[in-house]
Design a protein around this ligand. Structure first.
Ligand SMILES: Nc1ncnc2c1ncn2[C@@H]1O[C@H](COP(=O)(O)OP(=O)(O)O)[C@@H](O)[C@H]1O
Ligand SMILES: O=C(O)C1=C[C@@H](OP(=O)(O)O)[C@@H](O)[C@H](O)C1
Length: 307
């Protein structure tokens, strides 16, 4: 699927609104739904969950991204480096999707948009797709009106539907890594963990506020201290879940390579370049013997399932 020229219709019936044809999980009616890719060059491809009944499709234009960060390109050199790297990586990717994982505020959306732009991929933010599927304006409201479990069910449905598509960069929600089934979907493409120190995350979150992130939302207190303490707790609960990603992009490592130790000096473009570089190395290493690497991926998924 090429960026820009694709209309994406999200047909979804949210959990609890349906007639009982979906999976059951934890006492909830699991969501059913589908993402439909309508390619102007050909017929619409419907990827529908078995038993799901589509209702009024929501039209969602795959966004051609603009980077979205004031300081995304430091210099012409950086932009050229990014472009050159993306051209190399495209060859190896062969249409596979990229899933960005990482804690809240790690830059999945910001870096993901830059990557999608240079790769000519479409960008999707899975939180936004969940909001559309459920028909609510924000994740915060979904948590409040329904529950976290309801949100997670819908998140899994969105990832399942995305997993049958190609040429996407997907910014996943920070908690998508906790469900093994989501890894089965994400392993259809390449997953990239943006590993950002908690201190930097808390500083970013304190700057933008926590209203859109219900797990961090606090009515009072010092924004940085509250964000730091909640993020630390979540990081501990999530343990090694992020490390299931195919590649890890450590901001501390990038800063170190640049000869300093201040991750706040790194631009989203620096991080996008490093992500592409790591993806390239991973793919080269794992395509040497593709049948062996398929088996490796399957055994990795089995390990995740049994954790
Ligand atoms: N490299 C960076 N340096 C400084 N701020 C950043 C960087 N990357 C992202 N941000 C900012 O941090 C906040 C969270 O970024 P976002 O991309 O929304 O994270 P996520 O999608 O992982 O939750 C945003 O305000 C964004 O502008
Ligand atoms: O870490 C998490 O559990 C969550 C992260 C959020 O996404 P971002 O990582 O994009 O903020 C969003 O999915 C929800 O608030 C839960």
């Amino acid at each position: 699927m090429e960026a820009g020229g694709i209309g994406l219709a999200l047909q979804a019936r949210a959990a609890g609104f349906g007639s009982g044809s979906g999976r059951r999980r934890g006492g909830l009616q699991a969501p059913t739904g589908s993402l439909r890719v309508a390619d102007p060059a050909g017929p619409a491809v419907a990827v529908r969950a078995r038993g799901s009944k589509p209702v009024a499709p929501l039209r969602l234009r795959a966004k051609k991204s603009s980077g979205g960060h004031e300081n995304s390109h430091n210099s012409v050199d950086e932009a050229l480096l990014l472009k050159r790297k993306s051209e190399e990586v495209l060859f190896y990717l062969n249409g596979r999707c990229i899933y960005l994982v990482g804690m809240m505020g790690s830059g999945k959306s910001t870096v993901g948009k830059i990557m999608s732009e240079v790769l000519g991929y479409s960008f999707f933010d899975s939180d936004k797709l969940v909001e559309q599927a459920v028909g609510m304006p924000s994740v915060a409201q979904i948590f409040k009106v329904h529950s976290e479990a309801f949100f997670r069910d819908n998140e899994s449905s969105v990832l399942r539907d995305l997993s049958s598509m190609r040429r996407l960069v997907v910014a996943t929600g920070g908690g998508a890594v906790i469900r093994p089934i989501n890894w089965r979907y994400m392993k259809k493409g390449l997953s990239v963990w943006l590993d950002v120190p908690l201190d930097a995350l808390a500083r970013r979150i304190a700057k933008v506020g926590t209203a859109s992130r219900p797990l961090l939302d606090q009515p009072s207190g010092d924004p940085y201290a509250m964000a730091f303490s909640k993020l630390s707790m979540l990081a501990q609960q999530r343990g090694d879940a992020y490390a299931n990603a195919d590649v890890r992009v450590s901001l501390e490592e990038i800063a170190c390579k640049q000869g300093h130790d201040d991750v706040s000096k790194l631009t989203p473009t620096d991080i996008a370049i490093e992500s592409l570089h790591k993806i390239e190395s991973f793919v080269i290493e794992h395509t040497a013997d593709s049948s062996a690497s398929d088996a490796q991926t399957e055994s990795q998924i089995q390990r995740i399932q049994t954790l």
